[in-house]
Ligand binder design. Structure first.
Ligand code: AMP
Ligand code: ZN
Length: 112
């Protein structure tokens, strides 16, 4: 499958890895939108938030279990935002489920 994040997980494309475990891979966003901008992805290909199911949700819970450690390592003691874009209206550009961790500054109150 021609998926850029699957290739990053396999190591076929280089990335700035910040965390990895059996189910989760996290790396620096190539086009950061905040001083800290990390992408957290499941090691299983899931198209988007809209494809989460009872069969694959252990990868999603593993992501959220890892996020506090990833945020701590990144120095986000003052807080951060976790976002996933889904589908066309959500402006999802990479069709492999991913959660953005944004922080390192006071973020805007606006979410759209
Ligand atoms: P989204 O628009 O929510 O699908 O987010 C996709 C994100 O992936 C964007 O923030 C891109 O900057 C980021 N991105 C795309 N290709 C790479 C890459 N090779 N390494 C790191 N981040 C990437
Ligand atoms: Zn993929």
């Amino acid at each position: 499958m021609d998926c850029i994040f699957c290739k990053i997980i396999k190591g076929d494309i280089p990335s700035g890895k910040v965390y990895e475990n059996e189910k989760v891979y996290a790396f620096k966003d190539i086009n950061p939108q905040a001083p800290v901008h990390i992408l957290v992805v499941p090691k299983l290909h899931i198209d988007s938030c809209d494809m989460i199911s009872a069969e694959n949700s252990s990868y999603v819970s593993a992501i959220f279990e890892a996020i506090p450690a990833i945020a701590k390592e990144a120095g986000l003691s003052e807080g951060y935002r976790v976002i996933t874009n889904c589908g066309a209206h959500g402006c999802q550009s990479v069709k492999h489920l991913h959660f953005h961790i944004l922080g390192g500054k006071q973020l805007s109150e606006k979410m759209d």
